[in-house]
Design a protein around this ligand. Structure first.
Ligand code: SAH
Length: 370
């Protein structure tokens, strides 16, 4: 295998090169990787960093995902579901702060009915206007997805979390109408749903956690190839952060199975951000909250310098903020929308970038609809 100095940063790089970059620990070599990703980012999506206002509309969830702090496993967390007017107030706040997009995210909450969400989408489009609407409400029925698209939703975020069906099946047990996942399947179910979302006309976003117990470097190479194959519009990568009220936090078996455990670090996430940018150059790539949580000083900035071009300031009302505890000690939990906004704006400017205007669509979405 070639040494780091000769190793390619060409977007057509081979699996062996991807694996070598993922395991690279030499800081000088990694600077070359980040610089290449930053140049690709500059050439494709430019200097603008787009702000997506995040509204965590419900922490109620019927699923049993073994990594997630708001799954059914957590009996201690108080559950909430925002009302229509509360959600619309947040969307108005997004407009006032100059954001081009609101993201409604939640646990998989059956009481967030298709019609309830559709009504909110219509009200945002009709009464507020000028906002792209992104949904991140888990694996919902075809009927709901069609209804929401017809109501005017533009995008859907659904991380496939891991493209390895065996690992995916282990962390996504059957629950609430979702049958057990076949660990021997050719691809994970969420990849099929992402394709369906694209067929329905949504711009689709996905992503993975890095450092899940049992996850190997080859799994990450396969995740990167899956982003490429889907030609996906948005790619979010964050470190897996154990939550004590979840089964996965107490499961070390996976890691023992292989001598290949990926560490759940900012470093691994940054390498993934850079490689995702090189392989899918015109995607939108966020500097994620999970990266900021593990490195509160520099996480966002480092991701922005390694290929990222999006951040997601939190608009959730303070009284609910801490309850959306997908992992502990989440960044931005105690900030008001205004504080979160000015903190992120300062970080964006500190790395020589500017705040984007408009919907901030990935260039590829124009290609797709052309
Ligand atoms: N119910 C929606 C939204 C889930 S929360 C859905 O399933 O798509 C959004 C993302 O948070 C998840 O996709 C997952 O990648 C991330 N996440 C959840 N638990 C996490 C943890 N313990 N550490 C790091 N990221 C986590």
């Amino acid at each position: 295998m070639s040494g780091a100095a000769e190793r390619t940063v060409d977007p057509r790089m081979a699996d062996a090169d991807l694996r070598a970059w993922l395991t690279e620990m030499d800081a000088v070599a990694l600077e070359r990787l980040y610089a290449a990703a930053d140049a690709a980012r500059s050439a494709t999506v430019g200097p603008e960093v787009h702000l997506r206002g995040l509204i965590e509309v419900s922490n109620t969830c019927a699923r049993a995902c073994s990594y997630c702090g708001i799954s059914v496993h957590n009996k201690a967390v108080q559950r909430y579901r925002m009302g229509r007017e509360e959600i619309l107030d947040c969307a108005r706040r997004a407009k006032d702060l100059g954001y081009g997009t609101v993201v409604m995210q939640a646990g998989e909450d059956p009481l967030l009915s298709g019609e309830f969400i559709a009504g909110i989408i219509r009200a945002i489009k009709r009464d507020i206007g000028g906002l792209a609407v992104t949904l991140s409400l888990g694996e919902r029925s075809e009927d709901d997805l069609r209804l929401w698209r017809a109501a005017g939703a533009d995008r859907y975020l659904l991380r496939f979390e891991s493209s390895n069906p065996r690992l995916y099946a282990r962390i996504h047990p059957a629950a609430h109408g979702h049958p057990p996942v076949d660990p021997g399947a050719a691809e994970v179910p969420r990849v099929g749903m992402l394709r369906r979302l694209q067929e329905l006309g949504f711009q689709a976003g996905t992503g993975v956690m890095v450092g899940i117990p049992g996850q190997t470097w080859d799994d990450l190479v396969s995740d990167l190839r899956t982003f490429q194959r889907l030609d996906i519009e948005m790619i979010g990568v964050g470190p897996y952060i154990p939550h004590p009220a979840t089964p996965l936090a107490h499961d070390f078996d996976g890691a023992a199975e292989h001598g290949q455990q990926v560490p759940n670090t900012v470093l691994t996430a940054l390498k993934m951000v850079a490689l995702a940018r090189l392989l899918v150059p015109d995607a939108n790539i966020p500097a994620t909250t999970a990266v900021a949580t593990l490195d509160k000083n520099n996480g966002r900035e480092d991701a922005l310098k390694a290929g990222a071009n999006v951040v997601m300031p939190n608009l959730t009302p303070i009284k609910y903020r801490a309850l959306y505890e997908i992992y502990p000690d989440k960044a931005c939990v105690n900030e008001t929308a205004e504080q979160c906004h000015s903190c992120l704006a300062a970080r964006i400017h500190s790395v020589g970038r500017c705040i984007g205007t408009g919907f901030g669509e990935a260039p590829k979405s124009h290609r797709r609809s052309a």
